[in-house]
Design a binder for this molecule. Structure first.
Ligand SMILES: [Fe+2]
Ligand SMILES: [Fe+2]
Length: 200
């Protein structure tokens, strides 16, 4: 399937800076647009990681934590029903709902190779960084008898090197994302192992 580049670098309206959906509205959109439960789980996992990164690493307050979480929670919202319009549809929807440009931009830049929008802010970069790696760690948890319990960074790195494991997860994007965010891969993996089990 061909994913169309987004073809612009400006999103939303500056007048909407700081605006978000409420948690109820965001979850309603998720339920309405995403029927695939695995995809919903992925989006909730990435949202959760984004919130905790905002809180713990960026030291941001609750309102900002929610903006980060919302970007993660809705980043793949259109993938289930409109895969050929991936990213375009959700960007349009959030612009229509007058959501903060920063959140829309982060969603637009979660796959620079596909959408052609470069991650610029730390929110953009972390969404891109968590996206694929979170999926690989989750796939690993499913094949371990104890799930996330006792999982370590070394084990995840072994799976990363095994090309046939979760083959749809782009190793290239993971490397690229860590470089752009200037984060050690080990640190990111440890963070995911610590926080991801809380989402199920
Ligand atoms: Fe995506
Ligand atoms: Fe994703």
């Amino acid at each position: 399937m061909e994913i169309l580049p987004i073809g612009r670098t400006s999103f939303g309206d500056a007048a909407n800076t700081g605006n978000t959906l409420s948690r109820e509205e965001a979850y309603a959109l998720l339920q309405e647009w995403v029927k695939n439960e695995r995809l919903q789980l992925h989006m909730r996992q990435v949202g959760h990681l984004m919130r905790h990164w905002a809180a713990e690493t960026e030291g941001l307050e609750e309102a900002d934590q929610w903006r980060w979480e919302m970007a993660g929670l809705l980043h793949d919202a259109d993938w289930d029903l409109w895969p050929e319009q991936h990213c375009h549809k959700i960007i349009g929807e959030l612009e229509k709902r007058q959501v903060c440009p920063e959140v829309i931009r982060a969603i637009a830049s979660h796959g620079p190779r596909y959408f052609g929008v470069e991650p610029a802010t730390s929110m953009d970069k972390m969404l891109y960084a968590f996206d694929e790696l979170s999926g690989l760690v989750h796939a690993y948890s499913l094949m371990r008898p104890d799930g996330y319990t006792g999982m370590d960074v070394k084990g995840v790195k072994k799976r990363l090197k095994e090309k046939s494991f979760a083959a749809n997860v782009s190793r290239e994007d993971i490397l690229d994302a860590c470089q752009r965010a200037a984060i050690q891969q080990d640190e990111l993996i440890a963070f995911i192992i610590k926080h991801q089990p809380q989402v199920n």
